[in-house]
Ligand binder design. Structure first.
Ligand code: 13P
Ligand code: SF4
Length: 346
């Protein structure tokens, strides 16, 4: 039986303009980007998930790249990778539903192992996490003896376990600068590493050759062409873009850094050089900002849908497990990052 049919035998999921109207306050957070007929389809799912969440004593942690229906409709907490990791340490509920990709769910499990951590689609991967293994980290260590390994959180638990410390896009430069070594190994994002190397010229940064399939698509020519056609538009790029793209932008930062920047600056027009849902998620709270530019979706993030979230909470399937010895080692690297970030007040 298809998921939808199976779910419909337990929940009333028929599109309902009446329910959509009753849930107006939730819809108000996304009405600029979700049409009323679409909301009538989504509202029964949002209502069912929010009810079931209470029954299961569950919280939903959602990344900034989730669709507006997830971000505004069902999430208890939204944020960038660092904020989600910190939040995972504080969860007291029995169940965490991770609306994001697999490495984020693994990080929540590592940081709060007594909780059940569900990922609504096990196939929600990441091109960066797939690009490097623990054996590759050992290879880098042999190539640069004594150099610490700073690993982006976009990696498997085994890779984190083989590393000295983790980083995210919001603290990478500060973490690398704080390393007690002239040479620092950064894995697996070559572009994040190259962007950090520019910010921390006193270090020799060497990197693994991974990349994000969403951010690597942007070119400096795209940005220049866009600026020529839309003068005055503020261009804001995620540091997973190439250094040439970041150099063309007015600002670069993590997904939450981008939200903070646009909220602070309130430009008339903005182009977010990152995953497409970001602009959708913040456009209602920033009515004075017109978001322009192409829409690049992360196929992994977009595997997470309301239907799959409802299914995972209903069936309690999709629990993420991390082998305890790997989790213990990986926890050291993630907690080092969180502690250092706090000390550096990133
Ligand atoms: P941040 O939210 O930490 O900036 O990361 C972006 C990303 O690509 C997550 O997959
Ligand atoms: Fe991975 Fe890029 Fe998707 Fe983020 S946007 S999950 S880095 S593939």
């Amino acid at each position: 039986m298809a998921l939808r049919d199976e779910l419909s035998s337990h929940y009333d999921l028929a599109p309902s303009p009446e329910l959509a109207e009753e849930m107006r306050d939730i819809y108000a957070r996304m009405e600029r980007v979700v049409s009323p007929p679409d909301w009538a389809i989504h509202a029964p799912y949002v209502a069912a998930i929010n009810r079931l969440k209470k029954q299961r004593n569950a919280v939903i942690l959602a990344h900034n790249y989730m669709t507006p229906q997830i971000y505004h409709g069902i999430a208890d907490f939204v944020g960038d990778s660092l904020q989600l990791a910190v939040k995972a340490t504080e969860v007291e509920a029995d169940v965490i539903v991770q609306c994001g990709v697999h490495f984020m769910a693994e990080t929540s499990k590592i940081l709060n192992p007594s909780k059940t951590v569900l990922i609504p689609d096990m196939e929600a991967g990441c091109s960066l996490a797939e690009s490097v293994t623990a054996a590759d980290i050992d290879k880098m260590r042999r190539q640069y003896p004594g150099a610490p390994v700073v690993t982006y959180v976009n990696t498997t638990a085994a890779v984190k376990a083989a590393s000295d410390i983790c980083c995210t896009s919001s603290n990478a430069a500060q973490i690398v600068a704080a390393m007690d070594s002239d040479t620092v190994i950064m894995t697996p994002d070559q572009y994040l590493a190259q962007n950090v190397a520019k910010q921390v010229p006193e270090k020799r940064v060497v990197w693994w050759e991974g990349s994000c399939i969403v951010h690597e698509q942007y070119t400096p020519e795209d940005l220049r062409g866009f600026r020529d056609e839309n003068p005055g538009t503020r261009i804001i790029a995620h540091p997973e873009c190439t250094p040439a793209v970041v150099a063309e932008a007015d600002f670069s930062g993590s997904t939450s850094g981008i939200i903070d920047y646009v909220t602070r600056e309130q430009p008339e027009q903005a182009m977010l050089v990152t995953e497409c849902s970001m602009a959708s998620n913040i456009s209602d709270q920033l009515p004075g900002v017109e978001f322009l530019g192409p829409c690049n979706m992360c196929p992994y993030m977009k595997k997470i849908t309301l239907e799959k979230v409802l299914w995972s909470l209903h069936s309690m399937t999709g629990a993420v497990e991390v082998e305890p010895t790997v989790a213990d080692q990986a926890r050291v690297a993630v907690e080092r990052m969180i502690d250092l970030s706090r000390r550096l007040a990133v």
